[in-house]
Design a protein around this ligand. Structure first.
Ligand code: FAD
Length: 321
C-alpha cells in the first residue's frame, strides 16, 4: 500500500455505512475519484460486512489483507500493484460456532483467540499449533484463514487442521462452497481458492471433538522458529481403547502438508497402548517428499518426521482417559 495516499486510507477509516446500498457505493466512487485525481492506481478498501467484502473483491479483483503477518513480509519492499481489501473489520467471520455436525472457526479468528478459547479436547493439537505460530504479537494478529490461504509448506495450522479432517468454507458473490482442506491445498503457496473468494470458516466434524489430540513441532531452536517438520495426530478410540479412527498429518516435509493414509489404515482396529509408536515404519512415510534447504536436509526431515509421528502417537495414548 505504499502508493495509496493518506486521503484514500482516511476515507476508508470513516465509520462504515450499515448497509451496502448507495452510501457504500458512493463512498467507493469518491475514493476512486480521489485516487484517479492523484494518479494513484491502488485502492485500499475496508469493508465491514462479508457482503461488502465479497462485492469489493469481485469488483476490484484486489488482494485480501487480514492480519497482514504474511501479506506485508511477502511484499518485501515492492509497492502494491493491485487494490487491497482489508477484511480486518469483518467481525462476522470471527470466532466459534457449533452446529449439530460441526464446530466452525471463523476465518478471521486469530491464533491468540484459539489459544484462549474453551474448546473440546480433540482440539488440543490445534491449540498447541496456535501457540507455535510466531510470538504472541504475531498470534494476536495472524488468522487461521491467512495461514491456510498463504499455503506455506511450513504453516503450523495446516497439519493440526488436516488431523481434524477440516473443511474450508469459501464465499463469493456467487454463493458459498466448501471442500476438504486436503483438496484446498494443492502445492507450495497454491490453493483452490478463486480470486473472488474469501475463506470464511473452517468446519471441523464433531465426531473428533473427544479424540486424543497432539501437535509436535521441530525447529532449529525451541521458540519463534520456522518448522523443520511438524506432526499432528488425532486418535478416536472406543471404551476398550481400540482405535476406530486415526488421523495423522505431517507438515514441512512436502510441498504441502499431508495425511499418512497407509499408517492411519494400519492403526485402525489396534489397541492404543504405550509402545504404539513402534508400529510406525519408514514405509508409512513414503508419500512424503521432503526438500533439502537451509533448515535441514531431506534425509534429516524424513528421519525427524518418523520420530515425531512415533512421539505424537505415544502422546495421544497418554492423553486417553
Ligand atoms: C515474525 C513472523 C513469524 C511467523 N511465524 C510463523 C510460525 O511459526 N508458523 C506459521 O505457521 N506461520 C508463521 N508466520 C506466518 C503468519 O503469521 C501466519 O501464517 C498467519 O496465520 C497469517 O495470517 P494473517 O491473517 O496475518 O494473513 P495475511 O498476511 O493477512 O494474509 C496471508 C495470505 O492469505 C490471504 N488471506 C488472508 N485471509 C484470507 C481470507 N479470509 N480469505 C482468503 N484469503 C485470505 C491474503 O490475501 C494473503 O495472500 C509468521 C509471520 C511472521 C511475520
Amino acid at each position: 500500500m505504499h502508493n495509496v495516499s493518506p486521503v484514500i486510507q482516511r476515507l476508508w477509516r470513516q465509520p462504515a455505512p450499515n448497509d451496502l446500498n448507495w452510501q457504500w457505493i458512493e463512498l467507493r466512487t469518491k475514493v476512486k475519484a480521489v485516487a484517479g485525481a492523484q494518479g494513484v492506481d491502488s485502492l485500499f478498501l475496508r469493508p465491514t460486512t462479508l457482503e461488502e467484502a465479497v462485492r469489493a473483491l469481485s469488483e476490484s479483483r484486489g488482494t485480501i489483507l487480514s492480519g497482514g503477518t504474511d501479506f506485508f513480509p511477502g511484499l518485501v519492499d515492492r509497492p502494491m500493484t493491485s487494490p487491497v481489501i482489508d477484511i480486518s473489520n469483518v467481525t462476522e467471520i470471527k470466532g466459534f460456532r457449533t452446529t449439530a455436525e460441526h464446530i466452525h472457526i471463523g476465518g478471521r479468528t486469530t491464533w491468540s483467540e484459539i489459544v484462549a478459547a474453551v474448546l473440546p479436547r480433540g482440539f488440543a493439537g490445534l491449540r498447541a499449533a496456535a501457540r507455535e505460530v510466531g510470538g504472541v504479537q504475531i498470534q494476536n494478529l495472524g488468522t487461521i484463514a491467512g495461514n491456510l490461504c498463504n499455503a506455506s509448506p511450513a504453516a503450523d495450522g495446516v497439519p493440526a487442521l488436516l488431523a481434524l479432517d477440516a473443511q474450508v468454507v469459501l464465499a463469493s458473490v456467487a454463493g458459498t462452497r466448501s471442500m476438504p482442506l486436503g483438496e484446498f491445498l494443492v502445492g507450495n503457496r497454491e490453493t483452490m481458492r478463486r480470486p473472488d473468494e474469501i475463506l470464511t470458516s473452517v468446519a471441523i466434524p464433531r465426531r473428533l471433538e473427544n479424540s486424543a489430540s497432539t501437535f509436535l513441532k521441530l525447529g532449529s531452536r525451541r521458540y519463534l522458529v520456522i518448522s523443520i517438520a511438524m506432526v499432528a495426530a488425532n486418535l478416536v478410540t472406543d471404551g476398550s481403547r481400540r482405535i476406530s479412527e486415526a488421523l495423522i498429518a505431517v507438515g514441512a516435509c512436502s510441498a504441502r502438508a499431508q495425511r499418512l493414509p497407509v499408517l492411519e489404515g494400519a492403526l485402525a482396529g489396534e489397541i492404543a497402548r504405550p509402545g504404539i509408536g513402534k508400529s510406525v515404519k519408514p514405509e508409512h512415510l513414503r508419500s512424503l517428499l521432503p526438500l533439502d534447504d537451509v533448515r535441514a536436509t531431506s534425509a534429516y526431515r524424513r528421519e525427524a518426521a518418523q520420530v515425531l509421528v512415533r512421539r505424537a502417537l505415544e502422546a495421544c495414548v497418554e492423553k486417553l482417559p
